[in-house]
Ligand binder design. Sequence first.
Ligand code: FES
Length: 261
Amino acid sequence: MTIERDARLRDVESWGGYFRFAIDAPSLGGGAKPGQFVMVKVSDGDSPLLRRPLGIHDAGPGGIELFFAVAGRGTEILAGKKPGDRLDIIGPLGRGFTVEAAPKGARALLVGGGRGIAPLAFLARTLAAAGAKPVILYGGRTAADIPLRGRLDKAGFEVLCSTDDGSFGFAGFVTALADREIGKDKPAFVYACGPDPMMKAMAAVTARHGVPAEFSLESIMGCGVGACWGCVHRIRTEAGDGWVKICEEGPVFPGERVIWP
Ligand code: FES
């Protein structure tokens, strides 16, 4: 984990309320793994006091990319940043996806709902580099909620889209699209990230088809480093059911261990 107080925002791309930041920060990018997150200080003053947790959208030796949706005061302030601005970021944090779960040549489904697509581009690139065959299922309420589809297509990934209102791609929930795809050609592994109701439905789909899966959980986070107990979730362990800190033990958990609210 690094505290990078002088990360430089290099490039900003936006679509309505969705933003992609490219950030120069070699100390953060080099060691990042797909599924890990960072804590970003959004203002120079004390308000808002808490940093915002954001999943790493991509990473490399030069820095990281973040993708986020404006969902409150903190992300609204962040969305106002311009190329050249300095950012104070802690990371990479948490435990990411198990890339080895999809071996060479195996098909893996990556299911993202809305801003839950954030960590899946990095994961898809890493899986492809390791010889697996990632297929991204990208769903949103409307076509405006799946803004990265063109970018992911252009990057050469196989991408299937869904919208709840049928305005683009498969008409229906992304979990229904995943159900169809798993039924057609069972993948070796499923990775998912999105809102809790979507992930709960996705857990039911993977369990019904007998496909192993990992889920990246979202949570409000106070510290991001295990100090505040602000991010607990119920998880099954060998010792029984219990509360764990998502920022420390997760955010990625095996599907069979998550107890959905
Ligand atoms: Fe503080 Fe997890 S966010 S313990």
